[in-house]
Design a protein around this ligand. Sequence first.
Ligand SMILES: Cc1cc2nc3c(=O)[nH]c(=O)nc-3n(C[C@H](O)[C@H](O)[C@H](O)COP(=O)(O)OP(=O)(O)OC[C@H]3O[C@@H](n4cnc5c(N)ncnc54)[C@H](O)[C@@H]3O)c2cc1C
Length: 496
Amino acid sequence: MSENPSNALPSKPRSAASIQSWSGEYDVIVVGFGVAGGAAAIEARRAGASVLILEQQTRGGGATANSEGTIYFGGGTRVQKANGFEDSLQNMHDHVKAAAGPTADPEKVRLYCENSLGHFDFFLSCGIEFKDTYYEEKVIFPPTDDCLIYSGNEQAWPFVEEAKPVPRGHKPMKEGSAGTYLMESLIETFEKEGGEIRNEAKVKTLVRDDADGRVVGVIATIDGENLALRAKGGVILTTGGFVMNKEMLARFAPHLLRCKYPIGSDGCDGSGIRMGMGAGGNAINMHEGLMTTPYFPPNTHISGLLVDARGSRFVNEDCYHGRVTDAILTKADGQAFLIVDDALYDEEKQFVPYPMAAVEETLGELEASLGIPTGELVHTVEAYNAAAATTGEDPTFHKASKWVTPLDNPPYAALDLSVDNSIWAAFTLGGLDTKPTGEVLSVDGEVIPGLFAAGRASAGLTRSGRHYASGMSIGGGSFFGRMAGRTAAGAPPVGE
Ligand SMILES: Cc1cc2nc3c(=O)[nH]c(=O)nc-3n(C[C@H](O)[C@H](O)[C@H](O)COP(=O)(O)OP(=O)(O)OC[C@H]3O[C@@H](n4cnc5c(N)ncnc54)[C@H](O)[C@@H]3O)c2cc1C
């Protein structure tokens, strides 16, 4: 039960008529300095606007700074070409259309792909470097400063039937996680280009003109005072998602509460979404999230078999970890074992540790130890092994043949990947409904004048954790942040 259900409710705007004096006036006010806010602010500034970013923490960064920093680019980037990968904007579009999910906005998908090369250049223009290297192993992110990886389902069935597989995850040039480097580069760029930042400035309320419903400013708590700040061109909400707000999760996406590790920062409390809703904005896709239990590396574990509590397979194990995790929850009731043999099991290379549910000399003993009905696991593995040995294929779930090998080296082990027993993490994908320009839409589909949103505060490019690829959150958030920044500054959209 929620401790304080009102934390999930819309927060009402204040009437502009009640403001006696404004403490500052800008063309554009950006609320929250993550990647979406940074991209919005830099574009608005480059379009000639006076721009203020209000950030509630002591410094910008948000979830983006805590992230690996992988960005989804394609269509023939410098890095793709340097490593011999031929991609095209159409090929990228064919994959992103699938990866964004069935409820994605086709116009956002089209714009994102068509402008992908220019979007790569935007990051270069902010001083962010990418090494011209490809990291071949299937990983969550390269532990080195290498750049290019397969970061989604590009090589997995059924996506492999939609588009030619090429890697599109680009990690900026930093050893390990690159989120902080990415954000520090955006902060430096914005400051260098004349933008103004107020840290420790929490926006509590939007200010709205009662006559025409236009959002004209914000109330922010700065140094213990509530200051009214005016925005002539618009307020852009880039406050991140709501995975840290238990009441919002309970109301909109209760299944995400089962994941013990929220992916984000303290700022992901949904305040921007609630302010937008209070001003009449529609919040959509609020039930969706990206869940993950990162069972690879090691890559040998991809050759193992994921089975449910009845010993049956339910997904091809070579999918993106988020798709597999979603399948465990939705197809296997949250309970799954990864079955490996002695040749595949590699404890040392595990990205995260998993509890060992059982180890036995035979598959029959293993299924008995796991409480799986007699013969079921034996049948599943024998059928898989027979096809693996004769054709090298997985005719049931179409795991790519490079991962298909008979499991016949005892002893056999079962790792427990269940939601209640192992590491599961999640972030939210729902938020304010926006046009590609970032303008927030009401439940009637009307633009709310003066109000914009981007990043995880909006229902952006990607709408489904089942189809998602790493890099689309930072990629989509920054691209549509730029669109919002330009529109709020009165400039034509990106690419025009
Ligand atoms: C460990 C980890 C790894 C990840 N890896 C990747 C990856 O490789 N690629 C990828 O695409 N995605 C990744 N993600 C997800 C991705 O980082 C986020 O979804 C994305 O960065 C969100 O960006 P944003 O700008 O919308 O929000 P954020 O980066 O969270 O920024 C929002 C900012 O708004 C501020 N704020 C909130 N409310 C207020 C308020 N009322 N007033 C003032 N300020 C406010 C917050 O303090 C915060 O600084 C990862 C996330 C994590 C945590």
